[in-house]
Write a protein that binds this ligand. Structure first.
Ligand code: ATP
Length: 219
């Protein structure tokens, strides 16, 4: 099976705002044996120091997008394209083909192309980029705003004002909820989250999970 078909028939997107709990969700799903692929990890791989993609970015945007150590200054780059759609598109045109290539390699490595079954793709911007359309279904991980801000403050050691500003700059939850097939509520603790995920998985159509052959026990 090719990558596009595998996304459309078996891939489930996991998305959500900053610190909503996407990685926590995929960590739980991975511990149950499900394949979870992290878009951010692929993106980091695509622009690894010394890579052709990083050279292309430096040619296009100037060498000041690089740190002294020769890696991509991701914060600088993010700020650069944040309010400029054209620049963002330019960056995406350079990086996306390599991300797609790395995704195909990863899917091959975990034997999904030959043995198609349910898998999850964690990405922060599935709705914003339109990439959600490539998947069978998309789950929005969400929590209440106060909890989200508190998690950002705790994890990123930023002020309340900064955390509030970052959350406000993101696509509003109400808009994301309209595009999501499933909303995973993650305001309570991890035990409740695990229960939510168990229920979600138990409602998936038979056949989607395929021949998992996984060693780990699933709920
Ligand atoms: P980002 O995209 O910003 O990296 P994320 O959506 O992947 O974040 P996580 O990294 O899963 O979010 O969680 C953000 C923080 O919130 C982490 O410190 C995590 O431990 C905590 N957290 C997530 N879910 C819960 C929960 N149900 N109970 C308690 N803490 C949680």
């Amino acid at each position: 099976m090719d990558t596009d078909t595998l996304c459309k028939r078996y891939g489930v997107g996991i998305t959500g705002g900053i610190a909503a709990g996407k990685s926590t969700v995929t960590r739980i799903l991975s511990s149950w044996g499900y394949v979870c692929i992290d878009a951010d990890k692929l993106a980091r791989g695509a622009v690894a120091p010394g890579s052709k993609v990083l050279s292309a970015i430096a040619r296009e945007f100037g060498r000041n997008v690089l740190t002294d150590q020769g890696s991509l200054d991701r914060k600088f780059m993010r700020d650069l394209v944040f309010r400029d759609v054209e620049l963002r598109k330019k960056l995406e045109t350079i990086v996306h083909p390599e991300i797609r290539r790395l995704l195909a390699v990863e899917l091959q490595n975990v034997d999904l192309l030959a043995n198609p079954r349910l898998w999850f793709y964690e990405a922060a911007l599935l709705f914003e980029t339109g990439a959600y359309k490539n998947f069978l279904a998309n789950c929005l991980v969400t929590c209440d705003r106060q909890t989200q801000i508190a998690r950002v403050i705790e994890r990123d050691k930023v002020s309340w004002e900064d955390a509030e500003r970052i959350v406000s700059s993101q696509m509003p939850e109400q808009e994301k909820k309209k595009l999501a097939d499933v909303v995973i509520e993650n305001t309570a603790g991890q035990k409740e989250l695990e229960q939510t995920l168990k229920t979600l998985i138990s409602h998936l159509p038979e056949g989607l999970i395929g021949d998992m052959n996984a060693e780990k026990e699933k709920p």
